[in-house]
Design a protein around this ligand. Structure first.
Ligand SMILES: [Zn+2]
Length: 390
């Protein structure tokens, strides 16, 4: 009898527990959420987190078909199609969402941006531009301008890129470096058309925007050299060092050429020798070595490399020394020296590449604008080193 009367005492804590839970969680909301977010949704999220895009997309397609009313799901699916490279499907999906009447203003802008990105990826820049211009006076204007800036850079529309970057600049990002580079691009185009004065004007605008723009100094030096103004050319090139001394490596060959034109090659060589004593950069060491070999002879060239190696022992330096040694070595030593030289060559290949500090792209050619990640001035101006290491 006693057991029958008091059995309910055992479940009292459960009721208390339920009361506590109900006070803290809106049960209706939980139920509604669990309906709008089926189990497959969480599975899809798990696939996404694991980087399994294709599995996630298959699940999303399934969910999106059953829940066509859910705009967020459809939008996510559109993005996933784009990531998988199915641009037509992404475009169709985003256009379909845009045709829905119940979209609020925020959602409309968001989907317009997504559609514009689809068009950019598909190379349909005109259509992307039209959408992005429509967003100019909305809350999404800044995001739209960033996409427009990307388009103008891809299309080499540098004047439009400058105007857009000027609108984008704020305390967080001045865009000085980029705008100066856009002016340099304009100047490069003017130089192709032999419009030297126009190019000079554009390079001065670059320097007005970003006083330490090494590329503008480099190009101004080249124009002065072409006009036969060798002192002015050297003056421009030496200004590069005021920004970042390592960029001088890009001008080293030009500097020597200008000194040669002035019949003062020895002065040019000693100027660059002082430079490599502080900055032992292989390209410049190579250059001086070549010049010494051609003008003064093997002994001076060999001695120069030996000095550099003593100042800064390095594998590429040793390789250079061996190359110099090979020229004067007796025949019976040459075979062994060549084997060692080849070994060193194979092991120092990384020293012959320029590296992008942003994306790690490596290349034999120096770029002001990385073809891998579209960043400006992300390459260290010397081979074998990342930007951060110089
Ligand atoms: Zn890069």
């Amino acid at each position: 009898m006693i057991e029958i009367q008091f059995w309910w005492l055992a479940i009292l804590p459960v009721f208390f527990g339920l009361g506590w839970l109900a006070a803290r969680v809106d049960i209706k909301h939980v139920i509604a959420e669990s309906h709008s977010l089926p189990l497959a949704y969480f599975k899809a999220v798990n696939h996404l987190l694991a980087g399994e895009i294709n599995k996630a997309i298959d699940l999303y397609i399934d969910i999106a078909k059953k829940h066509s009313e859910t705009i967020e799901l459809q939008a996510t699916l559109g993005q996933l199609f784009r990531r998988r490279g199915e641009l037509e499907r992404a475009i169709r999906m985003h256009q379909k969402i845009l045709s829905r009447r119940e979209l609020d203003e925020n959602q409309r802008q968001q989907i317009q941006l997504e559609l514009a990105i689809d068009f950019i990826k598909a190379g349909l820049f005109d259509r992307a531009e039209t959408i992005l211009h429509d967003l100019a006076n909305t809350d999404s204007a800044r995001l739209a301008r960033k996409e427009l800036l990307a388009i103008y850079q891809q299309e080499h529309e540098w004047q439009k890129a400058i105007a857009t970057a000027e609108l984008l600049r704020d305390e967080s990002h001045s865009y000085q470096l980029e705008i100066a580079q856009f002016y340099c691009e304009l100047a490069a185009e003017s130089l192709i058309r032999a419009q030297h004065d126009k190019a000079i004007n554009e390079l001065e605008l670059a320097l007005k925007e970003h006083r330490q723009c090494a590329r503008a100094h480099l190009m101004l030096g080249e124009i002065a050299f072409t006009k036969g103004c060798f002192d002015l050319a050297i003056e421009h090139w030496l200004k590069i060092a005021t920004h970042d001394v390592h960029y001088l490596a890009l001008a080293a060959r030009f500097i020597l050429n200008a000194y040669r034109e002035k019949n003062q090659l020895a002065e040019g060589i000693s100027l660059l020798t002082r430079y490599v004593q502080q900055n032992p950069e292989l390209d410049v060491i190579d250059l001086i070595y070549e010049q010494l070999l051609a003008t003064t002879g093997i002994d001076a060239a060999y001695e120069f490399v030996r000095e550099r190696l003593r100042e800064n022992p390095s594998m590429p330096g040793l390789r250079k020394l061996l190359e110099a040694h090979l020229l004067v070595a007796p025949d019976e030593q040459k075979v062994e020296l060549e084997i060692i030289s080849k070994l060193l060559h194979d092991n120092t290949r990384t020293y012959s590449m320029y590296y992008c500090n942003e994306c790690g792209f490596k290349t034999r050619q120096f770029f002001w604008h990385c073809p891998g990640c579209n960043q400006w001035e992300s390459y260290a101006p010397i081979r074998g080193k990342s930007r951060a290491a110089v």
